[in-house]
Design a protein around this ligand. Structure first.
Ligand SMILES: Cc1cc2nc3c(=O)[nH]c(=O)nc-3n(C[C@H](O)[C@H](O)[C@H](O)COP(=O)(O)OP(=O)(O)OC[C@H]3O[C@@H](n4cnc5c(N)ncnc54)[C@H](O)[C@@H]3O)c2cc1C
Length: 416
């Protein structure tokens, strides 16, 4: 059987694969992108119906194409997927959809990789893994499947009608958990939201969206997470036109806040006594950003409207003052749990000595420990923005540069 040969094989055609293709194409590197489903599939089928981008259209995009419509609006998830399809068309990206990569191994005795796919083998001199920052949903082993409740991960949540009648416990108060809990509350559900440590930047302050503030304050460019904040999730939302996530306000609208979900026994869920602390730390994070924004405005003599009311933190709701530490789910009418508890990577198909003890790739700025193997799109790959739409484009540019450099060494007197 003849084997197809490519110079550089990119696995995955989400935003990372599309960005990679653009830079490889510009650099004249022959390449092929394989996608097991459709371009930007996760935006279409692994996210809830009402999801909109967390950043406004002017920001959450690649430099060479704007979204149609209002640049300050938050595009819906289908528009985001359509955007990447249009982008791929615009750059003529060589993307082959419906092809799954099932294994990648090193060639023996020569450079390059042998790649098995659902449509036959491919030999590639280089491989860029762009299979996503959020591949495998994580549900902590707290509530057994036999507990008699519907349990789903946020990536399987679509809309309120999908859940059985009754109250819902949403675990995790990052952007996903908070948005889903809010949607369920608006749909008339009784909602318990388990709130762990989080940051909650202001949606807008003094006339600028938080994505702008993070940009001018250099925070998207941070190379490593601030000490102690490695796992702290960010609660931000573009839903309903974009509003600051405010847990006190959610509680005032009837949401029951609880601390971190810890354990479950005999139908009773136990929560850590950390709700007030988590909310207070979120407030401190919020106020710190306002301080930095004010200082930036003063330092640069900008004429942006003052907004003293943004500093008003509402009173502690009853659920914070007297937190629920134990909840009999049945008695409380809880019939479903949505776990908005994050994702892991899954490289079971990568037969190369490149993963650390936690299953994460050993790499620096996407250049892995295995020559010729690159990773793109991972959180903090080079900076805070790496797993986001605009950030991945810049990381892809860097990786394309590294590939060009290696190809030039390889072509020196064609050593073979
Ligand atoms: C709920 C949610 C909301 C988000 N909102 C925003 C936002 O508003 N703005 C923003 O900037 N970022 C956002 N992100 C973060 C990030 O932009 C997305 O996670 C984005 O999907 C990552 O793109 P990617 O190309 O790196 O990975 P993915 O979108 O995961 O794409 C990887 C692709 O690889 C394919 N693939 C995987 N394995 C194989 C294989 N073995 N063979 C062939 N193909 C394979 C998959 O089918 C997939 O299409 C959000 C993330 C989540 C979870």
């Amino acid at each position: 059987m003849s084997v197809e040969r490519v110079d550089t094989l990119v696995i995955g055609a989400g935003q990372a694969g599309v960005a990679m293709s653009e830079h490889l194409g510009k650099a004249g590197v022959p390449h092929l992108v394989l996608e097991r489903h459709r371009i930007a599939e996760r935006w279409r089928s692994e996210r809830w119906d009402s999801l909109v981008a967390n950043g406004p259209a002017w920001h959450d995009r690649f430099p060479n194409l704007e979204f149609a419509g209002d640049p300050d609006a938050f595009p819906g998830k289908e528009s985001v997927a359509d955007y990447f399809v249009a982008y791929a068309e615009k750059i003529g990206a060589p993307i082959r959809c419906g092809v799954e990569v099932t294994s990648v191994e090193a060639q023996s005795g020569r450079r390059g990789f042998r790649v098995e796919t659902s449509r036959g083998p491919i030999e590639a001199a280089r491989v860029v893994v762009a299979t996503g920052p959020f591949q495998r949903p994580i549900i902590p082993a707290i509530v057994p499947e036999t507990a008699g409740l519907l349990q789903i991960h946020s990536n399987a949540y679509r809309n309120p009608t999908q859940l059985p009648e009754g109250a819902v416990l949403v675990v995790g108060a990052g952007s996903s958990g908070t948005q889903i809990a809010d949607e369920l509350l608006r749909a008339g559900r009784r909602v318990f939201l388990s709130v762990g440590p989080h940051g909650r930047p202001p949606r807008r302050y003094r006339g600028r969206d938080f994505v702008w503030w993070l940009g001018v304050l250099g925070k998207w460019d941070l190379e490593t997470p601030p000490a102690g904040a490695e796992h702290v999730t960010i609660a931000v939302s573009g839903a309903y036109g974009g509003n600051t996530v405010d847990f006190r306000r959610l509680a005032a609208r009837g949401m029951q806040l609880v601390g971190r979900a810890e354990s479950f026994k005999n139908g009773v869920m136990r929560f850590a006594p950390d709700l007030a602390r988590n909310v207070a730390q979120g407030d401190a994070d919020y106020l710190a950003l306002l301080d930095e924004a004010d200082a930036y405005i003063a330092r640069n003599g900008l004429d942006l409207p003052e907004e003293p009311e943004a500093r008003k933190i509402g009173p502690d709701p009853a659920c914070m003052a007297k937190p629920i530490l134990e909840l009999d789910l049945k008695q409380a009418g809880v019939t479903s749990i949505v776990w908005a508890t994050g994702f892991a990577v899954d490289y079971g198909w990568l037969k190369l000595p490149v993963l650390d003890a936690k299953g994460k790739p050993r790499q620096r700025r996407g250049v892995s420990a295995v020559p010729g193997l690159y990773f793109l799109g991972l959180p903090w790959l080079s900076r805070r923005g790496s797993s986001f739409i605009w950030g991945v484009w810049h990381d892809a540019k860097f990786i394309a540069d590294q590939i060009v450099i290696q190809r030039s060494y390889e072509s020196y007197r064609a050593a073979g």
